[in-house]
Design a protein around this ligand. Structure first.
Ligand code: NAD
Length: 401
């Protein structure tokens, strides 16, 4: 037992603490949305699902939609830090503690394996869990966002967020000082950095998961697999889509086609879903993206089209990959959940304001207050209904993790 008052310790794009009750409240809210319309009754159940990257962001939403929305027995893999005597756990840990508690209340079978998804040990642990306690998988969601990958032979690849060929000079946002930066300069990546980013965030590891599961006979007929990607606007393109991470995403999208061919003989399929820009731990670290999102949210909220991770994943299942659905694809075979973000009027407005935005007009032209709220919420702070002055139990157990 260790009750503490947990305060935010925000350092730029990360908080060193997370609030257990705030994280729990966030998960309850996501589950409520996942259950709207009782998808498992109205659309059909899903049997067994594996989510790789299941504790935060798009992966957590996928984990909750599969289990609480569609009644699937769901196994999640994540890389979170447990609490210690002196420090709270990471947000993803507390998110899953609450998901496990509610799964028990709702008589759902979920499990979590906490460890490095790139490692052979974790892959083998997953194979064993599925063999012994789940049965063949009907869906595999790949939602890793990792800064590095350690290969079984010990090689470490570090992903970088850099432009390719040309340096980037342009606007960005300083999350420590809450200030617009004009003229941020980022050197272009070298060949090794491009390759390393593809190793971490490209499709190689997704492919090795699918091949391993298949060779162990753990993919059901008609098994579907999906990984997540992003395109985004022209203003972030030099750093994102045409940068190192974009190169990795192109590799991921190519891998979807290879895996689709691999799964075809058993009537399965593989797709990449291009999701909307949302505030997550991964996206906060990308230069330029917090400013873009603050502009984007203002524009989308005014139009009533703004969505968070859970609304996006509900839509992914309902319209594309859930029971009985055939994914609707663009001409490069990708699911486009970013359709509302990429609407011409939204992008035009964002682009106009991007050039105009300064520290003085930040609140008028952008939804930085909203961005900040979502950011703090990621770590369980600024969540309505949570009393942050009251000491709370930080030593919470994640079953079997
Ligand atoms: P996130 O940071 O919220 O989640 C990352 C997940 O990966 C967490 O569950 C974390 O525990 C897990 N993880 C990281 N390293 C791991 C490891 N070595 N082993 C096991 N688990 C590990 O990220 P996110 O933004 O939800 O990103 C998920 C995917 O969605 C990424 O492919 C990302 O590019 C894509 N995407 C994100 C956005 C966005 O705006 N956030 C938009 C479109 C697509």
């Amino acid at each position: 037992m260790s009750k503490q008052i947990v305060e935010p310790k925000i350092r730029g794009f990360i908080s060193l603490t997370a609030h257990p009750d705030g994280c729990a409240a966030n998960v309850r809210q996501q589950i409520e949305i996942a259950q709207i319309g009782s998808p498992s009754e109205t659309q059909g159940e899903i049997g067994n699902v594996l989510v790789i990257g299941s504790s935060t962001g798009y992966g957590l939403a996928s984990f909750l939609v599969s289990s609480f929305g569609y009644g699937a027995a769901t196994l999640g893999v994540c890389f979170e830090k447990e609490p210690t005597e002196t420090k709270p756990a990471t947000a993803g840990w507390y998110n899953l503690v609450e998901a496990h508690r509610l799964a028990e209340v709702n008589d759902l079978h979920i499990e979590t394996i906490n460890g490095d998804a790139f490692s052979d040990e974790v892959k083998q642990e997953v194979v064993q869990a599925i063999t012994e306690r789940f049965g063949q998988l009907d869906m595999v969601v790949y939602s890793l966002a990792a800064p590095r990958r350690r290969d079984p032979n010990g090689t470490i690849w570090n992903s970088v967020l850099k432009p390719i060929d040309e340096p980037y000079t342009g606007k960005s946002f300083d999350l420590r000082r809450h200030k617009v930066i004009d003229g941020m300069f980022v050197e272009p990546a070298n060949q090794d950095e491009i390759e390393a980013t593809c190793k971490v965030m490209g499709g190689e590891d997704w492919k090795s998961w699918i091949e391993l599961l298949s060779s162990n006979g753990l993919l059901a007929r008609e098994c579907r697999t999906v990984a997540y990607s992003y395109i985004g606007p022209e203003v972030t393109a030099a750093l994102y889509r045409r940068g190192t991470i974009g190169r990795a995403k192109e590799h991921l999208e190519k891998t979807a086609n290879e895996l689709d061919a691999f799964l075809k003989p058993t009537d399965g399929g593989a797709w990449v879903s291009i999701n909307k820009g949302v505030v997550t731990q991964a996206s906060s670290a990308i230069p330029g993206v917090p400013l873009y999102m603050s502009l984007l949210f203002k524009s989308m909220k005014q139009r009533g089209t703004h969505e968070g991770v859970i609304e996006q994943i509900v839509r992914l299942f309902t319209d594309h990959i859930g029971p009985g659905q055939t994914p609707i694809l663009d001409n490069e075979r990708r699911i486009r959940l970013d359709d509302l973000e990429m609407e011409e009027a939204v992008q035009r407005e964002v682009l106009e304001r991007w050039d105009l935005v300064t520290d003085e007009n930040l609140d008028e032209l952008t939804d930085y207050a909203g961005y900040r709220h979502y950011f703090e919420e990621l770590f369980g702070f600024d969540v309505p209904g949570v009393d942050y002055k009251v000491p709370t139990e930080v030593n919470r157990n994640l079953p079997n993790a």
